[in-house]
Design a protein around this ligand. Structure first.
Ligand SMILES: NC(=O)c1ccc[n+]([C@@H]2O[C@H](COP(=O)([O-])OP(=O)(O)OC[C@H]3O[C@@H](n4cnc5c(N)ncnc54)[C@H](O)[C@@H]3O)[C@@H](O)[C@H]2O)c1
Ligand SMILES: [Zn+2]
Length: 353
């Protein structure tokens, strides 16, 4: 079968790999529909292996070369004999986190912090950018009829964004700044708006600002020409926003976040900083600011996110800027997303050809 396989930095190949030969009792054979390329995939491509295992993974022994793809929807083809929750023909979204169920965190219901965490499409035998994959039944969410295959591929990044906004304790009527309008920031803007917040998004890239404007849910600021914190204070009683969801992993954006939030407000660090960032920590104490990090999402959140999409109030498909076939994944996927002048935000790949 055809799959997009990570071998090394700048070496992702669309190649023929052996198809799965069967399923275990609690496993399911699926045919992926759409699969998103995410920032983690881009990092692997640019300078991996980082998350993909160069040595056998402690949870499941997986090792590169690795079939990519962890944001995907799929159709169920075959189920193992003990599978009860899904059947052939169901459309599903896969929650890709794989955990040991026995470490300190798993025993406390914090599976997303599992000490041996692996991930479908990053550290597992199969991935979503392939014609077929074998998955454990327990990670599958059956998609309601109202949720398209394309939307189903966006449940995973939507769960990341929603967890960030939820960590900000955003309530109806709150004002929220989102720094960074990549896929995560754009989805956070949609989600904060559906919660009833007044949403502001700061983003230096003009194409991405235009995408946010087209969503119609947020006021959009350019941090390279506007003093975002001063502008928000001017507008909002001289105090700033109730919460900031930092979705860029950029040091200046985090500083802007701390300067823009009101006293006793919350700053959520969802973006990943690839090097240490310097902040004025005095602000946290002086102004009662809570600075909170989020990692992935609660592993149980996919059915809720799929339900929100089904309701029509969470139009996640609007952030998709390209749908491509697997054969074009390098030029139209990875290279297009990594190009500094590029205007792509979310690229979805179809391995069915
Ligand atoms: N916490 C998690 O579990 C988790 C999961 C997925 C992704 N992430 C991280 O979330 C972040 C967002 O993901 P993404 O895929 O949307 O990334 P992305 O790189 O596509 O988007 C980041 C955006 O931030 C913008 N930006 C840069 N400097 C800025 C500034 N000073 N102010 C405002 N915006 C600025 C960039 O122009 C870019 O559009 C990344 O850091 C990613 O690694 C975290
Ligand atoms: Zn664990």
């Amino acid at each position: 079968m055809k799959a997009a396989v990570f071998h090394a930095a700048r070496d992702i190949r669309v190649e023929d790999v052996p198809a799965p030969t069967g399923v275990g009792p609690r496993e399911v054979l699926v045919r992926p529909s759409w699969c998103g390329i995410c920032g983690t995939d881009l990092h692997e491509y640019a300078m991996g292996p980082i998350v993909t295992p160069a040595a056998p993974h402690p949870l499941n022994g997986s090792v590169i070369p690795q079939i990519l793809g962890h944001e995907f929807s799929a159709e169920v083809i075959e189920v193992g004999r003990e599978v009860t929750r899904v059947r052939a023909g169901d459309r599903i979204s896969a929650m890709p986190l794989l955990v040991d169920h026995e470490c300190y965190y798993c025993r406390r219901g914090l599976d997303h912090l599992c000490m041996k965490m692996a991930c479908v499409g990053l550290s597992y035998a199969w991935g979503g950018i392939a014609e077929l994959a074998v998955l454990p039944e327990r990670i599958l969410t059956v998609l309601p009829d109202e949720v398209s295959d394309l939307q189903g591929a966006l449940v995973e990044p939507s769960a990341v964004a929603a967890y960030g906004v939820d960590a900000g304790c955003v309530k109806p009527g709150d004002s929220v700044l989102i720094t960074g309008a990549g896929p995560i920031g754009a989805l956070a803007a949609l989600y904060a708006a559906l919660l009833g917040a007044r949403v502001f998004v700061s983003e230096p890239n003009p194409a991405r600002r235009a995408l946010i404007r087209s969503l119609g849910v947020a006021e959009v600021l350019d941090p390279s020409t506007t003093d975002v914190a001063a502008w928000l204070k001017d507008l909002l009683h001289g105090v700033g926003v109730d919460a900031v969801i930092e979705c860029s992993g950029n040091e200046r954006a985090l500083q802007t976040a701390l300067a823009s939030v009101r006293s006793a407000g919350r700053v959520v660090q969802t973006g990943l900083h690839t090097r240490p960032a310097s902040i004025d920590a005095m602000l946290l104490a002086q102004r009662d600011i809570a600075l909170i990090g989020t990692w992935c999402y609660p592993v149980t959140d996919f059915p809720r996110i799929a339900g929100l999409i089904a309701s029509g109030r969470f139009p996640v498909e609007k952030i998709v800027t390209a749908k491509i076939a697997i054969d074009h994944i390098i030029e139209r996927g990875f290279d297009a997303l990594l190009s500094p002048a590029g205007d792509q935000v979310k690229v979805l790949v179809n391995a069915r050809g």
